[in-house]
Design a protein around this ligand. Structure first.
Ligand SMILES: NC(=O)C1=CN([C@@H]2O[C@H](COP(=O)(O)OP(=O)(O)OC[C@H]3O[C@@H](n4cnc5c(N)ncnc54)[C@H](O)[C@@H]3O)[C@@H](O)[C@H]2O)[C@@H](O)CC1
Ligand SMILES: [K+]
Length: 214
């Protein structure tokens, strides 16, 4: 399996292969990690704008770089007239510098409501953006986050549901559900597909691939 973008396009990469491609691209100076994240969020926002007119969006951001992508999406959709409610899981966790910067750009000092304790917006949103976990999912989603996500899933049952990279809770390599997941109508992934997209089309929905400069 090819793992380097210098070998030409690859059709699918597991999480470790994707990380290797990213690391090589960053080390070679083809793109910075911050710019790659901005391009990732731009790609997701552009896909949403192609599919839906502005409305009310609920954007869920996790503690890692998938959440960083989500903050970019929130910022760019707001600039296009979307009404955004954002919720963050793990606001107290140490985020990487890129995700922290994207969060700051979105919040502008106002803070993002906590996913577990803030009330959910009502009525249900027109769009649900799932940027909780991507290829960094490391364990089952369970306990209070699982309960809250089940509530959100019910609230957003009529919404257009977009997964950033892949539905949170889905193991990128095996396509297994770790605890629970948020099935998507559209998954916008980066550089190439991940095995889960082909293993679980029922959960990933349509798949669009964004070039993030790797
Ligand atoms: N510069 C970059 O590194 C880029 C990263 N990208 C995005 O970054 C993602 C990967 O980022 P990360 O490696 O930070 O990983 P994730 O953001 O997917 O998740 C890692 C974080 O989630 C926590 N976590 C994992 N499983 C959990 C669970 N079950 N319950 C609660 N917390 C859990 C971890 O402790 C960690 O804080 C990709 O899927 C993609 O969306 C894109 O922005 C492209 C550029
Ligand atoms: K996700």
């Amino acid at each position: 399996m090819k793992t380097s973008s210098s070998d030409g396009p690859v059709a699918v990469l597991p999480a470790a292969g994707m990380r290797a491609v990213e690391a090589e691209a960053f080390a070679a100076g083809r793109v910075t990690s911050r710019a790659a994240m901005e391009r990732a969020g731009q790609g997701v926002a552009a896909a949403i704008l192609r599919h839906r007119p502005p409305g009310r969006a609920l954007v869920l951001c996790g503690p890692g770089n998938n959440g960083g992508d989500g903050f970019v999406v929130a910022r760019l959709l707001a600039a296009q007239g979307w009404q955004i409610e954002a919720r963050m899981l793990g606001a107290g966790a140490a985020a990487g510098p890129d995700a922290a910067a994207m969060r700051h750009l979105w919040e502008g000092g106002t803070g993002t409501a906590d996913l577990l304790s803030a009330p959910l917006p009502g009525p249900g949103p027109d769009l649900l953006v799932d940027a909780l976990f991507g290829i960094g999912l490391a364990r089952r989603i369970e306990g209070a986050p699982a309960v809250r996500l089940a509530e959100i899933s019910a609230l957003a049952r009529g919404a257009f549901r977009v997964a950033v990279d892949l539905p949170s809770g889905l193991d990128a390599d095996r396509g297994t559900v770790l605890g629970m997941t948020l099935p998507a109508d559209l998954s916008v992934t980066f550089h190439c597909r991940k095995p889960a997209h082909d293993l679980r089309p029922d959960l990933c929905g349509a798949v669009e691939i964004v070039d993030i400069g790797l």
